[in-house]
Ligand binder design. Structure first.
Ligand code: TPP
Ligand code: MG
Length: 702
């Protein structure tokens, strides 16, 4: 049969493109088959396939630009990754957990894609966390374009697109809406590709989504273009992605492309879909399988001969066989590298570079003022810093600032920053905490330095998935290829008289339990200023805890220490020297310990108070020094006692300094209850000076 000369009717694709689409789809499917075989032979440890999703993904890979656009792919996006330039060998490196796996160096499950050279940001397993990061990535591109210094290097493209994909089930995650919200509000060039295979493991789409149709659900969102396509038809899919990309590159706002696909291999190798999907449904799906229907189309339309199709099959088999042999012989990661890329390998915030002398000037200022001044200094120094959160701007409607003074945060910590640096760098977020942290991660991945605010620690929990699974882990899971250094400022703590259950929480111990994060908790204004500067200038994600009770206390005031004052992490401060008993503490209980020490001085008991200042890392040497000196230790914190960070410190003292002790280590924390509204309840629940005084007295007399 003669081959057809004219291909103009196929959306601008020439014959070799049209045939290449088949090669890529087949390669993707056969890679899945091969990985399934390897898993059955126990040569790999996990498999999840992209089977049935190939057509829409090859279309996306052909229409978008590797290394130019940005990508937050889903685990079924193998065919996209092949188009973006990941080789079969690189894929198999991930499956066998090889040292040279470019996705993660053997740290991540197969099909968790990441490829630095192609702008594919390392992906995690929680479904849906990618949406907000993609939004932040798009915002990051826009922000980079505003920075004079980086303009030359152009780490952004004027018409770049950020691609993010997920399945039908994943659109039920709240973060999906949070991402659509900001993408549409800010008119960002984000392509949301929803590959709808009608199931999320065993849950069918009508139990997942109103009306069983996510495109329809989203069709009323102002500023969001919604498109629908048969994602098993590669050419219709290509047409749709090209149309979407024109819209996106022209700056006309985000697009949600709802692609109907199939899932012939079940959810994963751990799932047998026969147990919940009726045979008729499976047979109907099989008829739409693009790897089977598309080559028939090519032959029918005179675009390829049967011999050519056969040759492609042979070539694909040979390519996979060669890659497999190399992958099976590949070196595994070295167990000695487990700590690599947990934190920045180049910037050590505990190092001497962050130990600078204060150059005090002016009258003592509150903690609020000195945090505000640090933010002003740093934003003036570094154009990459942006600040956002709930109510942090002076006024979103800028013209209002002609007639009103501006808000600047519910505690006024960010007051005046929008006026000074403009609304592009200081802005309000929606009332959505995952939105704040997820977007910040996406921006930070691009080199922007977000300093974001969570209004109350009590409301940090919607952001917990982003903090725990993304913020702390991106650098490690990408084996250093991607990172997200940023600062999350959080107002924390009680002793407020009226703060009650949901405005008084502590809980720093929960975050001190997260490798990859830094946890900072200053107890006075000068420390807050110096530690915030270190947090901003270091290269790691930092949780910066600001105690609300300390914000305006006269005892915590101090003079402005200058624009370059920094305090290294992991260096405690001896708040009071003493020789009989040590109190090891942080945050608002530092001052309570000092008050107890004053009382005990008249009784002839000399108390040393050590303020830890940072919990991750924490100063083990300071603990050793003070315990060796006094031989008696009280560990004190405002967080609830059980499971509190004090348990960690007490354990370290018991494990390493047992011989130095003359008394058992004591701990004081809050009662294991929430904090009540009635002042008498709050007083009974949180550690008070009387209780601290008696505990120290008992220790001294032991
Ligand atoms: C937050 C979260 N919850 C649950 C899971 C377990 N899980 C993995 S995939 C999946 C179903 C996803 O379905 P869908 O989004 O439709 O994608 P599909 O697998 O069908 O392509 C579930 C429940 C997970 N990985 N993350
Ligand atoms: Mg699905």
């Amino acid at each position: 049969m003669a081959l057809r000369a004219d291909t103009a009717t196929f959306y601008g694709l020439n014959r070799s493109d049209l045939v290449d689409i088949y090669r890529l789809m087949l390669l993707s499917r056969r890679m899945d088959d091969e990985e399934i075989k390897l898993k059955k032979q126990n040569l790999t440890y996990f498999q999840i396939s992209g089977a049935g999703h190939e057509a829409i993904l090859v279309a996306a890979g052909k229409a978008l630009r590797s290394g130019y656009d940005w990508f937050y792919p889903y685990y079924r996006d193998r065919a996209l990754m092949l188009c973006l330039g990941m080789t079969p060998l690189e894929m198999l490196y991930e499956a066998v957990a090889a040292k040279d796996d470019p996705n993660s160096g053997g740290r991540q499950m197969p099909c968790h894609w990441g490829l630095k050279r192609a702008n594919v940001v390392s992906q995690s397993s929680p479904t849906g966390t990618q949406f907000l990061q993609a939004v932040g990535c798009a915002e990051g591109g826009r922000l980079l374009a505003l920075i004079k210094e980086v303009k030359e290097a152009r780490p952004f493209q004027k018409d770049e697109i950020v691609y993010v994909s997920a399945g039908d089930g994943t659109t039920s995650e709240g973060e999906f809406w949070e991402a659509i919200n900001t993408a549409a509000t800010a008119q960002l060039p984000v392509l949301f590709l929803i590959t709808d295979n009608q199931y999320a493991i065993s849950v069918p789409v009508e139990a997942q989504t109103p009306g069983g149709d996510i495109g329809r659900c989203m069709s009323g969102v102002p500023g969001l273009r919604v498109m629908r396509v048969d994602g098993t038809d590669p050419l219709e899919s290509f047409k749709a992605v090209v149309e979407a990309s024109h819209h996106l590159r022209a700056g006309r706002g985000p697009v949600l492309l709802h692609a109907m696909v199939i899932r012939p291999y079940g959810h994963s190798m751990s799932d047998d879909e026969v147990s919940y999907k009726p045979p008729q449904e499976r047979e109907a799906e099989a008829k739409r399988d693009p790897v089977l229907t598309y080559p028939e189309f090519l032959v029918r339309e005179g675009l390829a001969t049967r011999e050519q199709i056969e040759q492609i099959r042979k070539d694909v088999e040979a390519e996979i066989a060669e890659a497999e042999a190399a992958a099976l012989a590949a070196q595994k990661p070295d167990p000695a590298t487990i700590y690599d890329n947990l934190y920045s390998p180049t910037v050590d915030p505990a190092g001497t570079a962050f130990d600078t002398e204060p150059r005090f000037e002016g009258q003592p200022e509150t903690m609020v003022t000195l945090i505000n001044r640090c933010l002003k200094d740093e934003m003036a120094r570094d154009e990459r810093i942006v600040l956002f959160g709930e109510d942090v701007a002076d006024a979103t409607r800028e013209q209002a600032l002609n007639t009103v003074p501006g808000k600047g945060g519910v505690f006024k910590v960010t007051y005046g920053l929008q006026k000074q640096f403009g609304k592009r760098r200081v802005f309000n977020s929606p009332l959505a905490e995952a939105n704040i942290v997820g977007r910040a991660i996406g921006m930070a991945t691009r080199g922007i330095k977000p300093v974001v605010e969570i209004q109350f620690f009590d409301y940090i929990w919607p952001a917990m998935m982003q903090i725990r699974n993304e913020l702390t882990m991106l650098r490690w899971r990408a084996n250093g290829d991607f990172s997200c250094p940023l600062v999350v400022r959080v107002a924390i703590g009680g002793y407020l008289q009226g703060g009650s259950i949901y405005h008084s929480q502590s809980g720093e111990s929960i975050f001190a339990h997260m490798p990859g994060l830094r946890v900072v908790f200053p107890a006075n204004a000068v420390d807050a200023n110096g530690l915030l500067r270190t947090s901003i200038r270091c290269d790691d994600p930092v949780l910066f805890l600001e105690h609300k009770h300390i914000y305006r206390q006269p005892y915590a005031k101090g003079p402005y220490p200058g624009p370059d004052f920094m305090i290294p992490f992991g260096k405690a401060r001896v708040a009071r020297e003493g020789s009989d008993v040590s109190v090891i503490t942080w945050g608002a209980t530092v001052n309570r310990a000092l008050l107890a020490a004053q009382r005990l001085e008249v009784e002839g008991i000399s108390v040393e108070v050590v303020d830890m200042r940072t919990l991750l890392p924490f100063d083990r040497e300071a603990i050793a020094r003070t315990v060796t000196k006094t031989a008696r230790a009280l560990v004190l914190h405002e967080d609830v006692l059980t499971g509190g960070f004090g348990g960690e410190i007490a354990a370290i003292i018991a494990e390493h300094h047992f011989e130095a002790l003359d008394a058992p280590v004591r701990r004081i924390g809050a009662a294991d209850t929430p904090v009540g509204y009635a002042p008498v309840l709050e007083e009974a629940i949180l550690p008070q000076v009387d209780r601290i005084t008696s505990a120290i007295r008992e220790l001294a007399r032991y």
